[in-house]
Design a binder for this molecule. Structure first.
Ligand code: TYD
Length: 210
């Protein structure tokens, strides 16, 4: 008899929300507990998707249009699902992904202003076939993330322009979380890393993902 299919969990949040720290703790936990899993990330996670990531995050490609950017995120996602996510789920492994389609909704639909219809359309494959079993949203505002990183003094004009974009990302996430309470769980990012991690573990256990 075939084993059961694995669960698909994604982590989301604004830049600097503490997501990487949580993913590191979670990775250590899963290894210690001997839980079969893979860790992966978007954009990237496989050979072709990592090549697309290079194009997307390369500062020399600043003239890229917002639409092209959104399509490349979606393209990388389809390849990543094929190369890494589907095979691991098939093997019954837990798949933990650093960012996924909610990032495209928060960053491209809400913050870049491309709108949800366009982003949902180009991500229909992911949304229809691979919606995560659970999404952990580390809820920390961009201001709080910035102050934590730099202290109160460096809030210059350039950063403030960036801040407007990140605030739209944050508001986008809040809307998505409100609309999908059964899938997206919010964890207060103002707590200590250990407190956040305890809460994340508890939620994953309660939701039958561990
Ligand atoms: P990365 O260095 O991995 O940042 P982080 O540690 O914050 O995840 O860069 C990923 C960047 O790509 C991040 O700024 C969010 C952005 N992104 C999108 O704009 N849309 C997407 O669909 C995805 C997956 C990421």
């Amino acid at each position: 008899m075939a084993g059961s299919r694995g669960k698909f969990i994604t982590f989301e949040g604004c830049d600097g929300c503490g997501k990487s720290t949580q993913l590191k703790k979670f990775s250590e936990y899963l290894t210690k507990e001997g839980i079969a899993h893979i860790f992966t990330r978007e954009p990237g996670g496989g050979k072709i998707s990592e090549a697309i990531r290079e194009i997307l995050l390369n500062g020399k490609n600043a003239e890229m249009t917002d639409e092209c950017e959104a399509l490349l995120y979606a393209a990388a996602r389809v390849q990543h699902l094929h190369d890494r996510v589907e095979p691991a789920l098939e093997e019954g492994k837990l798949v933990v992904c650093d960012r996924y389609v909610d990032s495209s909704l928060a960053y491209q639909a809400f913050a870049r202003g491309l709108g949800r219809e366009f982003i949902e359309k180009i991500n229909a494959y992911a949304l229809e076939k691979y919606l995560p079993d659970l999404t952990v949203f580390i809820d920390l505002s961009p201001e709080a993330a910035f102050l934590r990183k730099h202290g109160a003094d460096e809030n210059d004009r350039l950063e403030q322009a960036g801040m407007a974009f990140h605030n739209r990302v944050y508001e986008g996430y809040k809307i998505l979380a409100k609309e999908n309470p059964e899938r997206i769980v919010c964890v207060d990012g103002n707590q200590t890393p250990d407190e956040i991690f305890c809460q994340v573990l508890r939620i994953l256990q309660e939701r039958g993902c561990l």
